[in-house]
Design a protein around this ligand. Structure first.
Ligand SMILES: *Cc1c(COP(=O)(O)O)cnc(C)c1O
Length: 391
């Protein structure tokens, strides 16, 4: 017999890739909750509360309509493309790495004509280039990857949104926040974002398997006004909107079965973010403090960084370049042998030159775990060992 209080997850290697990340015991306990009907009153309130809490986490209480659908973060791109873009319409992708390439790919799959503004590796798209592109063509949608997990670049999303509103007020703005929600502040209402795409397994610290999307009233208006039918069955918001509305109203309604246990786990995770200490605002500051500490310490060990400036470096992860003379094999395998799992490079042009460490969720927020110092101590030891071997 086990209870929420006594449950402890099995010993395992510390997972500090930029998602999925470590989960608290109470979240994993909720993820193993007994079977319950997806239309039972008890589950309807768990689901409805998730939607209400998502609005709070994203500061979307004025204009946000949440969608929570089984799938991974990627499904949010399909939702955006299938519901908001009609074949032949122009989209602009602000590209800071691999995930920008993929969002563009997804939009093209649904027939969009995509223009890409690609930053230099580790850099950000120049404001003047953005404004110029917006003047040259009328775009239905602009996408911004808030944190591109391949480069660790944090986009100045609020500033880009401001520029887009100025130059092209009708254009919709989609923010890929899969690796940002929960670790970077996102002001959906204030920034005037139309779609936030995210997932549970990164900054929110919950197991993977859900696509979490916030859509603005403006985005739903665009959906209503579209001429071509929505070109997907499963991700059509026309099918899902009545379901989300019913869950929030406490009414049973079925389209496709939600992952009941995972939704229950997300409910616990969102409650921890909103109700437990630290507060939501403090949580973002803690991520900034931890990020600065990790980056300062790695710098002392001789590492460089993929982002060209600290001003646009993510706070929930670090993309660190290996010091001179050190290779991936000196770091990734030896760390795994010490039960610490970090990720290798993902950007194809520089994949062998850097590694990625996640410091979000409980790893950043729950100091009693000691994760951050454990990571840094072991990185230092494997680097020292590799250098000693060369000497
Ligand atoms: C992880 C990630 C995705 C994809 O999420 P999945 O859950 O793996 O489908 C999309 N965008 C960004 C920025 C990500 O970090």
């Amino acid at each position: 017999m086990s209870s929420a209080q006594s449950f402890q997850q099995a010993p395992h290697k510390l997972l500090v890739i930029p998602g999925p990340v470590e989960c608290s015991d109470s979240i994993l306990y909720a993820n193993a909750s007994p079977s319950v009907s997806h239309v039972s009153p008890a589950f309807i309130s768990v689901f409805g509360d998730c939607l209400r809490m998502l609005r709070k986490v994203l500061y979307a209480e004025k204009t946000g309509q949440p969608f929570m659908i089984a799938g991974s973060g990627t499904l949010g791109w399909d939702q955006t493309a299938a519901n908001l873009v009609e074949p032949g319409e122009e989209c602009l992708v602000l590209n800071h790495g691999y995930f920008g390439d993929s969002f563009a790919d997804c939009l093209e799959t649904y027939g969009a004509k995509v223009t890409v503004l690609k930053a230099a590796i580790g850099g950000i798209v120049d404001e003047k280039e953005l404004t110029k592109a917006l003047k040259e063509k009328k775009f239905k949608l602009v996408t911004i990857t808030h944190v591109d997990t391949s480069t660790g670049v944090l986009a100045p999303a609020a500033r880009y949104a401001e520029l887009i509103h100025q130059a092209s007020p009708d254009t919709l703005i989609a923010l890929d926040a899969v690796c940002a929600a929960g670790s970077e502040e996102i002001r959906f209402d204030d920034w005037g974002i139309d779609v936030v795409v995210t997932a549970p397994q990164k900054g929110l610290g919950v197991p993977p398997g859900l696509s979490l999307v916030m859509a603005s009233k403006k985005a739903l208006g665009v959906l209503n006004a579209r001429k071509a039918p929505v070109s997907s069955y499963y991700v059509s918001w026309r099918r899902w909107l009545p379901i989300m509305e019913a869950y929030e109203a406490g009414q049973p309604k079925y389209f496709a079965t939600p992952p009941v246990q995972l939704v229950t786990a997300l409910n616990v995770g969102l409650k921890q973010i909103l109700d437990d200490s630290p507060s939501l605002q403090d949580r973002f500051q803690i991520h900034k403090d931890v990020s600065k500490y990790v980056k300062d310490e790695l710098e002392k060990m001789g590492c460089g960084f993929v982002p060209l400036s600290r001003d646009h470096s993510a706070n929930g992860m670090t993309a660190a370049r290996y010091p001179q003379g050190i290779k991936a094999a000196d770091v990734l395998g030896p760390l795994a042998e010490r039960d610490i799992v970090v990720a290798g490079g993902l950007h194809k042009d520089i994949a062998s030159e850097y590694f990625r460490v996640g410091h979000m969720g409980v790893t950043a927020v729950d100091k009693s775990r000691g994760d951050v110092d454990k990571i840094l101590k072991n990185v230092k030891e494997v680097l020292d060992k590799a250098r000693a071997k060369q000497a």
